[in-house]
Design a protein around this ligand. Structure first.
Ligand SMILES: Cc1cc2nc3c(=O)[nH]c(=O)nc-3n(C[C@H](O)[C@H](O)[C@H](O)COP(=O)(O)O)c2cc1C
Length: 405
């Protein structure tokens, strides 16, 4: 499943090759991608929305300036939804309109409003392809970072022979997979925990902590950018799942433990960034505890140590722990690294108003065995996450090389 959890917005335009779009959708879905088709007016002359809807499992969007479609999933939502826009086949007309930044139909409007990468698979007669206007338009798109997949050369629908044929769906599938497989963690799977847990006292009360989950979510987004498949097991937080991440919501430490036990064996890298409760009430009340005059004692027991268990069982190949400390940061983090035999520990100070828990910024001290050490200064959690992921990828490669020797 090379495209698991990837969201691909597939534009189909007015070319005779539009029928190959149907096979492409099947291939993309077989590799785990979600596919949303946007059909141009030209495209609709060659293939029906009904076929594309049946194959993609989603209603096809075709209309521009349509009140009903806009209220369901408008052009801005469609643009935000995807990880990649792939236009296959891309007609000469569509290429020209993209090159000049026009927005006179749904597909070109989405392309103009979108911030995700764009790839096009041109399909046209060889004279259309060789025309200086088309070549100039392609040069403009290339200069803007648009990926041009193909075209192939060979016999054309019109009977001519030459360049301009759309690549076969299987070749487009390979190129799409390769596009996502760029990055230092290409082909790796990363499992991350994030956020707090809630330990029930009774049906309405719980013990929890100040973790916002922002660091874990930023790490998940950074891992996707490095080309990894990412599963994020998240406690209750008010954050959107980063694009391309499979999120599993849990509430208690016990639920987080079970989710990790199920997913760790298929992961290359495990990053324990959640603030899992260390203790939970021994016997949560089944109905709401009523107040009375007396004081109350709450008996607590230890929760399972998820990180220690994954490390002891070597369920994942490379294991990263977090140490959130209010004092003796380095000593406590080193202790955690050695005691749990982790591959890396990321330590940060908590309890300060401008960093750590529930803050947009953080700093980190990264430690790994044999004296490895890197200090990362205070920065936005997103840029800190990118730096951390680069170090994780570097140390993961180093460990793999040592093991393979
Ligand atoms: C039978 C037929 C086949 C066509 N095949 C192509 C083609 O392969 N590539 C292309 O760029 N245009 C082709 N065209 C012309 C486009 O359909 C036309 O430019 C249309 O306006 C494209 O609309 P769109 O870009 O909105 O999809 C073809 C037209 C006809 C009638």
């Amino acid at each position: 499943m090379q495209l698991a959890n990837r969201r691909i917005l597939l534009g189909i335009t007015g070319s005779i090759a539009a029928y190959k779009g149907a096979e492409l959708i099947r291939g993309l879905r077989a590799q785990g991608a979600e596919v949303q088709v946007v059909l141009t007016r030209g495209g609709a002359a060659f293939i029906t929305p009904l076929t594309l809807q049946a194959l993609s499992g989603r209603s096809v969007h075709a209309n521009h300036l349509d009140a009903i479609s806009e209220s369901a999933m408008g052009h801005i939502d469609l643009a935000r939804w995807s990880d990649l826009i792939l236009i296959a086949p891309a007609s000469a007309n569509c290429i020209a309109r993209l090159a000049s930044g026009m927005a006179d139909d749904l597909l070109t409007t989405i392309c103009l409003v979108s911030q995700v990468p764009l790839a096009i698979a041109p399909a046209m007669n060889r004279l259309m392809w060789e025309h200086p206007a088309t070549q100039e338009n392609l040069a403009r798109l290339r200069a803007r970072g648009v990926q041009i997949f193909g075209p192939a050369s060979g016999e054309q629908a019109c009977g001519e022979i030459g360049p301009g044929r759309m690549l076969e769906p299987s070749e487009l599938l390979d190129l799409t997979a390769r596009f996502f497989a760029q990055g230092r963690l290409a082909g790796r799977s990363v499992l991350i925990t994030g956020g707090p847990t809630r330990e029930a006292i009774d049906p309405v009360r719980f013990i929890s902590n100040r973790s916002s989950g922002r660091m874990a979510y930023a790490l998940a987004a950074a891992a996707v950018k490095e080309g990894a498949r990412v599963v994020l097991v998240s406690g209750p937080v008010d954050l959107e799942a980063p694009r391309g991440v499979e999120r599993i919501f849990v509430e208690s430490a016990a639920q987080m433990h079970d989710a990790i036990a199920a997913r760790a064996p298929e992961s290359d890298i495990f990053i324990a960034a959640a603030a899992v409760a260390d203790y939970r009430p021994v016997a949560p009340a089944l109905s709401k505890i009523k107040k009375d005059a007396s004081n109350r004692q709450l008996e607590l027991e230890r929760t399972p140590d998820i990180l220690a268990e994954v490390a002891a069982k070597h369920s994942a190949r490379f294991i990263v722990g977090f140490a959130a400390e209010t004092e003796n940061l380095e000593t406590n983090a080193l202790h955690k690294l050695k005691e749990k035999r982790l591959d890396m520990v990321i330590a940060n100070r908590v309890g300060l108003p401008d960093r750590g828990f529930d803050s947009a910024d953080n700093e980190a001290l990264v430690l790994w065995p044999e004296g490895g050490r890197r200090e990362l200064p205070l920065a936005r959690k997103e840029s800190l996450a990118a730096e951390l992921m680069a170090i994780i990828a570097e140390r993961y490669d180093a460990k793999s090389q040592t093991e393979n020797r």
